[in-house]
Design a protein around this ligand. Structure first.
Ligand code: ADP
Ligand code: MG
Length: 342
């Protein structure tokens, strides 16, 4: 170790992961894919296993003053299932590790697990193990999910080709707007505990934040329609950031159209009420857990009429850059702000 000190903020979360991965050498032929996608891929007979892990920390990823424990348990599973979905695989097993401070009772852990078990039931996964330990400050949840696919069914971040169509499911920006509402009501409550939080009319956006769904329904439908996305990623850090990941991994550019971006009416209205630009919420909000994927043009007719898949743009050559055509027809460069953890 030299005396040099580099702040993590200087290279960022993704820069740090790139930096660490440079020193990692893959030893086994069965490790088909290591760091760099939504999940790692391991050869297993005529199938492959995909593995992903996520860590949720109290005070960083959730606030128990407004996140009910059952919702938190559900979300912790859903965010991992979402990464399995992003590989076009089917989740089968999870492990659940928790660290608890003495603030938590058995009843509180039961409440957390009611959500974990509900999600396990909902996504058809078995809870096969984990770890339990004490924590000095607050709750930590780490879940690992294992999924299954045939090799040819997998979608990587790296497969997008020029002229592919860019698709996104559901609607975007809701989870960020929901978080802003929850934070606002928390501040109101802290200032005056007599006030009850005003969450009427914000159910959709707060639900998007507190209890997101992984889009396994879309994965099953893509199989039925015999469409394998040429590339895929889940939208955990914001659409723009995820587009950047696909472009970098695939060596391509992208053009998207502002008027094609899906936003729910409540998300739009609430963003305006909060003085936020709705399109910025769509592009840079996090935690929507929708799927962003590209398809070959030949598959367009199979998905064209799907009510919950939106065609937002197309893949271009890398040198054409990452662009958005605004509603007024101006072309702007996309910026990937995403979530800054550091
Ligand atoms: P996602 O948002 O899909 O969960 P991340 O951005 O967290 O993906 O991670 C990107 C890639 O980096 C994944 O392949 C993940 O396994 C890997 N990764 C993240 N943190 C580390 C770490 N500390 N050591 C090794 N690999 C890591
Ligand atoms: Mg992901």
């Amino acid at each position: 170790m030299s005396d040099k000190r580099t702040e993590i903020g200087e290279i960022g979360e993704f820069g740090l992961i790139d930096h660490l991965s440079e020193k990692i050498i893959i030893k086994h032929n069965s490790t088909l894919r290591g760091i760099g996608d939504d999940a790692a891929v391991i050869e297993a007979g005529d199938h492959v296993k995909v593995v992903t892990t996520d860590l949720l920390l109290e005070g960083v990823h959730f606030d128990l003053s407004y996140a009910p424990l059952p919702h938190l348990g559900f979300k912790a599973v859903a965010v991992n299932v979402s990464d399995i979905a992003a590989m076009n695989a089917i989740p089968k097993q999870i492990t659940v590790s928790i660290a608890l401070s003495n603030r938590f009772s058995v009843e509180a852990v039961d409440a957390l697990y009611s959500g974990i078990n509900a999600a396990a039931e909902h996504y058809g996964v078995d809870v096969i193990g984990g770890d339990t330990t004490a924590s000095r400050s607050g709750l930590v949840i780490s879940i690992t999910a294992i999924g299954d696919a045939k090799k040819e069914q997998l979608s990587f971040r790296s497969g997008a080709k020029v002229n592919d169509i860019v698709c996104v499911t559901g609607d975007l920006g809701g989870a960020l707007v929901g978080l802003q509402i929850l934070e606002r009501e928390k501040q109101v409550y802290l200032a005056n505990p007599e006030m009850t939080p005003e969450l009427d009319g914000f159910q959709y956006v707060t639900g998007r934040q507190l209890r997101p769904e992984a889009r396994m329904d879309i994965i099953h439908e893509l199989r039925e329609m015999e469409v394998v996305p040429t590339s895929m990623i889940d939208v955990s850090d914001g659409l723009a950031s995820e587009l950047f990941h696909i472009c970098k991994a695939s060596g391509v550019g992208v053009t998207i159209y502002e008027d094609k971006l899906p936003i729910d009416k409540q998300t739009f209205d609430t963003a305006v009420e909060l003085n936020l630009d709705p399109i910025t919420c769509v592009l840079n909000g996090g935690e929507d857990y929708e799927l962003l994927f590209t398809i070959d043009q030949k598959d367009f007719s199979k998905l064209e009429k799907h009510p919950d898949i939106h065609f937002i743009g197309h893949v271009t050559k890398a040198e054409d850059g990452k662009l958005m055509v605004t509603k007024s027809g101006t072309v702007v460069s996309l910026k990937a702000q995403g979530w800054k953890h550091f």
